[in-house]
Design a protein around this ligand. Structure first.
Ligand code: F6R
Length: 245
């Protein structure tokens, strides 16, 4: 049976507020926390609240160790479609992170192996992240670990699935502009985190969420691997939870 805790909220705003507050609680308790946070549509409200509330509380991020979850290959940090740009836009530039505590992927790297090894080494130093917040793809991906990813997969380059390219094309002018490859933290490293949050809103996530909670643990749905972890909480709005019993 799954040990995953499930919290369901009336709407996106309430879900976002709760997730932001849970992150704030953990940073207040452990200012040197190591953390990884996603990009995409789901986190936008959470990050707005996180920034607003952290400023109100004068919460310092100077000791927080931040690890980027994933990044498109071929996009520079300055490219507004890159995940670094997103993180900077919504988080880094508003909060007093220390640059030396931020570990990000170089989407323009020419040496993929070295890039992944460097990231894995940095991650190893943390001895498992304290907290990872994940979104979920409508195909059940977590970070950019697409269906078919083995449980032991580490940091690596991934060929994005057609479903993900289609879903993410909403951010790009043209579907052909969506990068086909990305760098991602692996499942192995995600499962080493001490605590995992996954949040989802909207009916287009309902099937993946329900399969992750009720279905078998399978490489066809990477989010189902979270069932192997002892401290996972799903934060869902009513629509994302609409296929749950
Ligand atoms: C992005 C990431 C992805 C997204 C997922 C959901 O950094 O890790 O796994 O969390 O694709 O994206 P949205 O929130 O845009 O539906």
């Amino acid at each position: 049976m799954s040990k995953i805790k499930v919290k369901i909220f009336n709407d996106y705003k309430l879900m976002s507020k709760t997730v932001a507050n849970e992150i704030i609680k953990r940073i207040s308790k452990k200012p040197e926390i190591s953390i990884s946070l996603p990009t995409g549509s789901t986190p936008i409200e959470t990050y707005k609240i996180l920034v607003k509330e952290s400023k109100k509380l004068k919460l310092s991020f100077s000791k927080v160790k931040f690890f980027q979850l994933d990044e498109y290959l071929g996009l520079s940090k300055e490219n507004s479609m890159s995940y670094y740009y997103f993180l900077n836009y919504y988080l880094f530039k508003h909060l007093n992170f220390d640059e030396k505590n931020i570990c990000v992927f170089n989407g323009l790297t020419r040496n993929l192996e070295v890039e992944c090894l460097f990231y894995e080494e940095e991650l190893k130093k943390t001895n498992g992240l304290d907290l990872i917040l994940l979104g979920i793809g409508n195909n059940g991906h977590i970070a950019f670990n697409e269906p078919g990813t083995p449980i032991k997969a580490g940091t690596r380059v991934i060929n994005l699935s057609l479903q993900t390219i289609n879903a993410n094309s909403r951010f790009f002018k043209n579907i052909h502009d969506v990068p086909k490859y990305a760098l991602t933290m692996g499942i192995a490293e995600i499962l080493e985190a001490k605590e995992i949050f996954l949040f989802a809103n909207g009916e287009n996530k309902a099937q993946a969420v329900s399969n992750a909670l009720y279905g078998a643990v399978t490489k066809n749905l990477p989010a189902s691997y979270l069932k192997n972890h002892p401290h996972v909480t799903f934060f869902l709005d009513k629509k994302a939870a609409s296929y749950l019993n």
